[in-house]
Design a binder for this molecule. Sequence first.
Ligand code: SF4
Ligand code: SF4
Length: 151
Amino acid sequence: MFDEKVKEAMAPCGLCCTTCFAHKDGDIRKYSLKLKEKLGNFHINAKRFETMLDNPVFKKYTVFQEVLDYFSSENCSGCRKEQCRIFKNCGVRSCHQDKKIDFCFQCDQFPCSNTNFDDGLYKGWVQINRKIREIGIEKFHETAIKRPRYG
Ligand code: SF4
Ligand code: SF4
């Protein structure tokens, strides 16, 4: 049996949901919210800093703010609880439920053609699940949460 916390953090496909920008308890959302809080009404000052520091980077502050707002607002509970918001066509979620297994690496059909992933994601999925088979899900999770998700 797997550690329940680890299982909840990891999607059945082997991707780590808590490192995803959309996850409600993920670091990306957490630090975006924190940064928003710390910046407060920085937008009011952005124009001033543009002149004071003679730096046109502050012109782009509103664009940065939009991205930060977006990262702060995403709030997915993870693949174990709801349909993935990014890979909308993902075939793994319902498939692993039908097969009554927790992860693809446990499946005797792995690597299959049921994922609906594009080539890049499919390749990653195969690699990830081979690695999980080799080192185990707990160890894989330990490494995954320390790495940048979009490295
Ligand atoms: S289910 Fe999809 S959108 Fe939600 S946290 Fe996991 S990878 Fe991100
Ligand atoms: S058939 Fe494929 S998608 Fe479904 S659980 Fe097995 S490996 Fe995963």
